[in-house]
Ligand binder design. Structure first.
Ligand SMILES: [Zn+2]
Length: 334
């Protein structure tokens, strides 16, 4: 029996232990043979013989179970060691993040205007009809509203179609009196989706208001030319008469094409010019809607799409790719 105990203890793999198990506990194993000897044991000794054998069997079973647990946990640990991943291993790649091109462009634009003494004003994404349309000279049923069809929450509330309502809210604030120099950056929402439009995009609008006669179109022209050269380098800038409900006169602002240096290419539709901004002198109807304190003022306003600037600066062909979150695109701006 001592020998059998040693045999179990010496098994060093689960496979070897299984062989030992069959040899000792199997149908034709050592214990079975011992129990078979009962027949030839005299009757009066049978009880003692069986008792002794059962004690031996219990001891062997105990040793076997202990050994099995040890070998099983050893095998498990070995498997984990072989299949595991060493999380402390240094992968040799040190990835650093970067701002999204839209944020980066937005920050650069904000930096310029803050350096020119403009204040930064913010508003909410949900606006009412008055601040988003009416006060900006876009009365109900006016066809110009179709240019900015958007997401209505009910008859009076919309997701703002531009950041212009922030201008109205700022002018109507108790603690704000002209002169005003402000920009309002933020997300805006329109029902568009194609290579140059997404339902959500970012705008920065600017507003300057002072006593009547203090602000002229020349001031507007100077600051926008200076700003566009800050953003795009040595480009030509031109102002083209246009229409916006909230400015009069209005002008769209173009820069000479940054892709072909104004020679004409596919991106500028062979014109040599790229449209980048809308601007104009604030329409007197806007000041009328704002009311008290704005009877005798003049001002200019402008607005731009941040994604469009990012596309032109980084030469990105499809605006929608800015919102797909594709790491292969974003990695290029690290
Ligand atoms: Zn071009």
């Amino acid at each position: 029996m001592e020998k059998l105990q040693e045999l179990i203890k010496s098994a060093d793999t689960l496979k070897a232990l299984e062989e030992v198990r069959i040899e000792i506990f199997g149908k034709k194993g050592v214990l079975a043979l011992e129990f078979a000897k009962m027949k030839s044991v005299p009757n009066e000794e049978k009880k003692a013989f069986a008792q002794n054998l059962n004690i031996q069997k219990a001891k062997l079973t105990d040793i076997y179970e202990t050994k099995r647990l040890v070998l099983e946990s050893f095998a498990l640990r070995q498997m984990m060691r072989e299949d595991g991943v060493d999380v402390t291993l240094f992968n040799g790649i040190n990835e650093s993040g970067a701002l999204h091109p839209v944020n980066e462009t937005m920050n650069k634009i904000i930096d310029y205007f803050v350096s020119m003494n403009f204040s930064l004003e913010e508003g909410s994404f949900i606006e009412d009809d008055f601040h988003n349309f009416e006060a900006l000279n876009l009365p109900k049923h006016h066809p110009a509203r179709d240019m900015q069809d958007t997401f209505y929450l009910n008859d009076d509330l919309v997701l703002r179609t531009h950041t212009s309502p922030v201008q109205i809210r700022t002018m109507m604030r108790e603690d704000v009196k002209p002169p005003i120099r402000m920009i309002s950056p933020g997300s805006v929402f329109r029902r568009d989706f194609d290579v140059t439009h997404t339902p959500m995009f970012h705008q920065i609008e600017g507003l300057v208001v002072d006593k009547a006669g203090e602000i002229s179109f020349a001031n507007l022209k100077f600051i926008l030319e200076d700003f566009l050269r800050y953003m795009f380098g040595d480009v030509k800038v031109r102002f083209r008469p246009s229409f916006f409900p909230f400015t009069e006169p209005s002008a769209e602002v173009d820069i000479s094409c940054v892709f072909c240096d104004g020679l004409g290419c596919r991106i500028c539709s062979k014109t040599g010019w790229l449209e980048v901004l809308g601007s104009g002198m604030v329409d007197p109807n806007v000041f009328k809607a704002v009311g008290e304190g704005y009877e005798d003022v003049s001002g200019y306003a402008f607005g731009l799409g941040v994604e469009r600037f990012a596309m032109l600066i980084h030469k990105i062909p499809d605006l929608r790719s800015l919102f797909e979150g594709d790491i292969r695109l974003l990695e290029q701006f690290r």
